[in-house]
Design a protein around this ligand. Structure first.
Ligand code: PMP
Length: 358
């Protein structure tokens, strides 16, 4: 058995835990607490099994057309993937030479670093400004030029939205490709879709997912929008049937009911404001979130043993109470918890637990 050296050496990405028990209050993977559109049930109930006997449309033409319409662009500027994670993985292959690098802010979506390791190119982290704010991205490092910059906006796990103007100005002078990963954009006040749909766009792709605002993380569907040459490059290297027939049908059903998604995103935003307020009243530091999670730092506690992070202590205590949140041990993130905004009842249970722990 011979495993490629870079794969042998690789530390894989660890997704948030998916517990079997339904009694867990699951605030650890930024899923939507509300169900997807009921129109999906109708489509699933009436789904013709003959469509599973055959291969799906390799170019998902209907879905592409509908996504183009939703985003005010043409189908030629849309690429669809098996989750936006697949779009990212294809982008790492399509836009990066062997002697180039992949960059992103740090902290950001930690998969990006793993993607560079899988692609066997260096990862160049860009530090953020104070309070996780925008700072000019670093575009060289490890003796390589960054060819692909992955820019989550609003950022994860920080929850902060960067101004469109900063992204526009950076992309204008950056010679590589910028992917604005807008997984959480439906929870934000602004987005950068215009940078990808503009007639003169050359190097910006804006990426979206059905996993968060559309409540369809189990479906695996993401897409990106951008200039045709970049979109065509992704088509060239994708698997023939990367989006299955069920996913295409379910996504189309969800797209007939975009208002459903918007109203559940609005409910999440309302609960988010209440949660942030409640935590701040308890002395937590909570940046203004534009996503469906909070990145919150608990106040110091006299009982915390020396050398132990209070956030880590609370993470474990919540876990013992069957409440799962996310804790990242990196230096810039180890004093905070990333808490997905759940239903109001889930948030009340969370706050009650926090009060007991303190
Ligand atoms: N980008 C970001 C910033 C994310 O947080 C996630 C979810 N972990 C993804 C992309 C991947 O989403 P999908 O479910 O579409 O693969």
């Amino acid at each position: 058995m011979r495993i490629a050296r870079h794969v042998e050496a690789l530390t894989p990405y660890t997704p948030g835990e998916q517990p079997k028990s339904r009694s867990v209050i699951k605030l650890n993977t930024n899923e939507n607490p509300y169900p997807p559109s009921p129109r999906i049930t109708e489509v699933l109930n009436g789904f013709d099994l003959d469509r599973l006997r055959r291969y799906p449309d390799p170019n998902f033409a209907e879905l592409r057309a509908r996504l183009a319409e939703l985003n005010g662009t043409v189908p030629e500027r849309i690429f669809v993937g098996n989750g936006s994670d697949e779009v990212l993985s294809l982008a790492a292959r399509a836009f990066v030479e062997d002697d180039e690098a992949i960059g992103s802010f740090d902290p950001s979506y930690s998969l990006y670093k793993t993607l560079a390791a899988i692609r066997n190119v260096p990862f160049v982290p860009s530090p953020l400004g104070p309070g996780f704010t925008w700072a000019e991205p670093v575009t060289t490092g490890a003796n390589a030029k960054v060819a692909l910059f992955l820019l989550t906006n609003p950022n994860a796990p920080t929850s902060i939205l960067y101004p469109e103007e900063n992204i526009r100005a950076f992309a204008a002078k950056f010679p590589g490709v910028v992917i604005v990963d807008e997984a959480y954009a439906d929870f934000a006040d602004h987005n950068c879709m215009a940078l990808a749909t503009a007639a003169d766009a050359t190097n910006v792709l804006v990426m979206r997912t059905f996993s968060k605002s559309f409540s369809l993380a189990g479906l695996r569907l993401g897409y990106c929008v951008g200039p045709e040459p970049l979109i065509e490059a992704l088509y060239k290297i994708k698997d023939s049937y990367n989006v299955d027939a069920l996913a295409q049908a379910v996504a189309l059903a969800a797209l007939t009911d975009v208002d459903w998604m918007r109203s559940s995103a609005a409910k999440v935003a309302t609960t988010r404001a209440r949660m942030a307020e409640e935590l701040r009243r308890r002395g937590w530091d909570v940046p203004n979130s534009q996503s469906n999670f909070l990145f919150a730092k608990p106040p110091a506690h006299a009982g915390t043993p020396a050398g132990v992070e209070r956030a880590a202590e609370i993470f474990e205590a919540l876990r013992a109470r069957q409440i799962f949140v996310r804790y990242f041990t990196y230096p810039e993130t180890k004093d905070r918890l990333r808490i997905t905004v759940g239903t109001d009842a889930e948030m009340d249970a969370f706050l009650k637990a926090i009060d007991e722990i303190a």
